[in-house]
Design a protein around this ligand. Structure first.
Ligand code: NAD
Length: 268
């Protein structure tokens, strides 16, 4: 996928178009965020997208974040803007994310893009859910008419992935922390997406033989990363996207895809 983006960027540049640029807003010093952002710059470099960091101190106010985002919105050279979360508690995350120009919202978290997704309109879609659909497609997992179960209903993963599956004509059930008889529901899934943030929650007996299982969870346990799916599920599933691997790298690649897409939509 990164190779596809690299070629798309090269074609635009060869045609005299500007090189896409990704601007990352980073507030304070959050070790995990620093790592994520470093990866994003590395990915960008690999595909020929330029990128920059815009750092603000930990003590910054919501207004100052909004002001910086406003400057980036007004810069014609900026194709994509990403406000790295989590933000410090005094910053209103919703306000900061909503300040991003929807046409440059490469994280797909602006309410306008989320609304467009809901209305089946062209939108920048959040990287993790968009990456999950791409994973299923690349592995020729049939979606139309199949039964999909999503465990988790967050705004970043669970809800948008459910909408994307629905859009592709799956019959979708969304499970969450108050769902009763979850095991029984998950056993009916041809496609099972686990995005709840509970290490090894999905056990083999919760999975239908031959199902496509997408593990979204990233749970640090004793210095190692664990997914939401017990690796023993591999013996029962037809497909299993593992952790680490799978959705994580696909999410990173999708950010590059969205940066190119934002540029293409804004300046066709
Ligand atoms: P979240 O905490 O916002 O949402 C978790 C959801 O799971 C909630 O809707 C909750 O109702 C549900 N849930 C919690 N416990 C449950 C239970 N026992 N049974 C059924 N449902 C339950 O989490 P999120 O932001 O959606 O992230 C979920 C997981 O995915 C986390 O491990 C996160 O680190 C990971 N994640 C990975 C990527 C990636 O790039 N691979 C991206 C985003 C999130």
């Amino acid at each position: 996928m990164l190779e596809e983006v690299r070629q798309g960027v090269a074609r635009r540049v060869a045609g005299g178009g500007p090189r896409p640029h990704l601007s990352v807003v980073l507030v304070g010093h959050h070790p995990a965020s620093e790592t994520y952002v470093r990866h994003k710059h590395r990915d960008a470099e690999q595909v020929g997208i330029t990128s920059s960091d815009h750092r603000l101190p930990e003590t910054v106010s919501t207004e100052e974040v909004v002001e910086l985002v406003g400057h980036l919105n007004a810069d014609p050279a900026v194709s994509g803007i990403l406000v790295q979360t989590p933000l410090p508690p005094q910053v209103a995350t919703g306000v900061a994310l909503e300040a991003v120009d929807p046409a440059r919202d490469v994280d797909g978290l602006h309410p306008l893009n989320q609304g467009r997704l809901l209305r089946d309109e062209e939108a920048l879609v959040a990287c993790t859910p968009a990456g999950i659909l791409r994973l299923l497609d690349d592995h020729q997992v049939e979606i139309e008419g199949r039964r999909a179960v999503v465990i988790g209903r967050s705004t970043i993963v669970g809800k948008p992935v459910a909408i994307l599956l629905l859009r592709r004509n799956a019959t979708v059930t969304v499970c969450h922390s108050r769902t009763r008889e979850l095991d029984e529901i998950s056993r009916q899934a041809d496609i099972l997406v686990a995005a709840l943030g509970r290490p090894h929650f999905v056990r083999p007996e919760m999975v239908k033989e031959g199902a496509a299982v997408v593990d979204v969870g990233i749970n640090p346990v004793d210095g190692k990363l664990r997914g939401d799916v017990d690796p023993a599920v591999a013996e029962k599933a037809g497909w299993l996207s593992p952790v680490p691997g799978g959705v994580g790298p696909m999410t990173r690649a999708m950010l590059m895809w969205n940066t190119l897409k934002a540029e293409q939509l804004r300046r066709p």
